[in-house]
Design a protein around this ligand. Structure first.
Ligand code: PLI
Length: 458
């Protein structure tokens, strides 16, 4: 029998959880317009909405907060952050931002001109929104397997090199300012990209003079999958693997709220000095001075400390194994989930879970609402609601994947909480035919999943 992988930390402070009654939850979800984003967190028992900013910080990070230098300019905490990024990621320059989308905003403004095309390994909501706001067209160049929840390809986040080259042939390299390669791919189910694929993308970029930009939000999780699955990396520390991955890129956008184990913050990092210059010019308008970018000094201290902790091999091994521990319980019960199990979340395949609903009846939204009512577990829709509308035609985009994401915050819940989640999903699976579809009754103009409202179809 294999030795179990337990949490590689002790718990020093606790936050009580409140269990609600079914009646209370039915009222809460109705008041929230059947959108789990609109629930109050005090009405939630186990919160798997997101792994973003929901991390538990370590005692060292909490003490680092006290070391925050709150100077308006030239804060010591900025230089500590810069040093951590240089050492662990390897990029020369850093501009802090309030979170990941702040960095996406800056790089989109700097590199994109109207009429440009930005290829990416599947879209992410805020990333694509910023690209489109600058007048670019996003083009999905991920491998086909990524859109198939049943494919067990070990690197479903990979870029399809033929699709990338076909785009270059079609629109010309001069109209592609950069390719955005995310690690891991959130919307595909937290799926990794292989080192071999990063090298191959770099080679195409070099041949055509196209920049290669990273969405490094969950790059450490990606590094762990490379260690597990790619020849030649089994004995390398995750820290080393991460550094090699980053060496193929020209820069990255980063949401520190994931890998970096903090509750707020992000950054833009790069190697080219002119991009740094432009980013500094932009950041003062939209975020704050170039040495704080919308963050307090203490936030930058916590991120810097988190950057060193995130590459601890014991930490990241447990992180990935906890997600897998939940996913494997569901697989054993025959529940349809995206495979292989990803790095930050288990994704329920809502199309297969609720085959009696059409995609226009929002199966993933309906399943997330039903899960909340059943047990107070909050999950997130990642399907047609998140995909939104085509900006040119105004028509709904129908993504192949219609998923409910059970996202595991880092260092927050124990494996016992995962048992409760698995139990609850299994309960729902037993009476899945009774889960009704939804109709959208309010739709905001952009990023509709955050605030849209629904009603059950009776
Ligand atoms: O939430 P931000 O602005 O710090 O980061 C935006 C962002 C960029 N890229 C990727 C891959 C993300 O997953 C991401 C944010 N994700 C959220 C909020 C999530 O719940 O997945």
């Amino acid at each position: 029998m294999q030795r179990p992988v337990a949490e590689p930390y002790k718990i020093k402070a606790v936050e009580p959880l409140r269990m609600t009654t079914r009646e209370e939850r039915e009222r809460a979800i109705r008041e929230a317009g059947y959108n789990t984003f609109l629930l109050r967190s005090e009405d939630v028992y186990i919160d798997l909405l997101t792994d973003s900013g929901t991390n538990a910080m370590s005692d060292r990070q909490w003490s680092a907060l006290m070391m925050g230098d709150e100077a308006y300019a030239g804060a010591r905490s900025f230089y500590r952050l810069e040093e951590a990024v240089r050492e662990i990621y390897g990029f020369k320059y850093v501009v802090p931002t309030h979170q990941g989308r702040g960095a996406e905003h800056l790089i989109s403004r700097i590199l994109i001109k109207p009429g440009h095309y930005v290829p990416g390994n599947m879209y992410f909501t805020t990333t694509r929104a910023h690209q489109e706001m600058q007048g670019a067209t996003f083009v999905d160049v991920i491998i086909d397997e990524a859109h198939d929840p049943h494919s067990t390809h070990p690197f479903k986040g990979n870029v399809d090199i033929a699709k990338f080259e076909a785009l270059i042939d079609r629109v010309g390299a001069e109209n592609i300012p950069y390719i955005n390669v995310a690690l891991t791919v959130n919307m595909a189910g937290g799926q990794p990209v292989s080192m071999a694929n990063l090298r191959a993308v770099r080679e195409v970029c070099d041949r055509h003079g196209i920049r290669m930009w990273c969405d490094a939000t969950r790059a450490v999780e990606n590094a762990y999958f490379i260690k597990e699955r790619e020849e030649g990396y089994q004995h390398k520390p995750v820290r080393e693997i991460l550094k090699e991955m980053m060496s193929y890129y020209d820069g990255c956008t980063m949401s520190g709220k994931k890998d970096c184990l903090v509750n707020i913050g992000g950054f833009l990092a790069m190697n080219e000095e002119w991009i740094l210059q432009k980013a500094r010019e932009q950041v003062v308008i939209f975020e704050g001075m170039p040495t704080y970018g919308g963050l307090a000094g203490r936030d930058m201290e916590a991120i810097a400390q988190g950057i060193y902790e995130m590459v601890d091999d014991a930490y990241i091994a447990h992180r990935i194994h906890q997600v897998r521990y939940l996913g494997e319980q569901l697989l054993e019960a025959g529940i349809p989930i995206v495979q292989p199990i990803g790095g930050h979340a288990v994704f329920l395949d809502a199309k297969a879970f609720l085959p009696h609903l059409t995609q226009d009846q929002f199966p993933a939204q309906a399943l997330a609402a039903a899960l909340y009512v059943d047990s107070g577990v909050r999950a997130m829709e990642r399907g047609i609601v998140s995909a939104g509308r085509d900006p040119k035609t105004g028509e709904n985009i129908y993504p192949k994947l219609e998923l409910v994401r059970l996202t595991i915050p880092r260092r927050v819940y124990t494996d016992r909480h995962m048992d409760v989640v698995a139990w609850s999903v299994k309960q729902l699976w037993q009476h899945r035919e009774s889960i009704p579809g939804l109709r959208m009754v309010y739709e905001p103009p952009t990023l509709r999943f955050f605030t849209a409202r629904f009603e059950p179809i009776r």
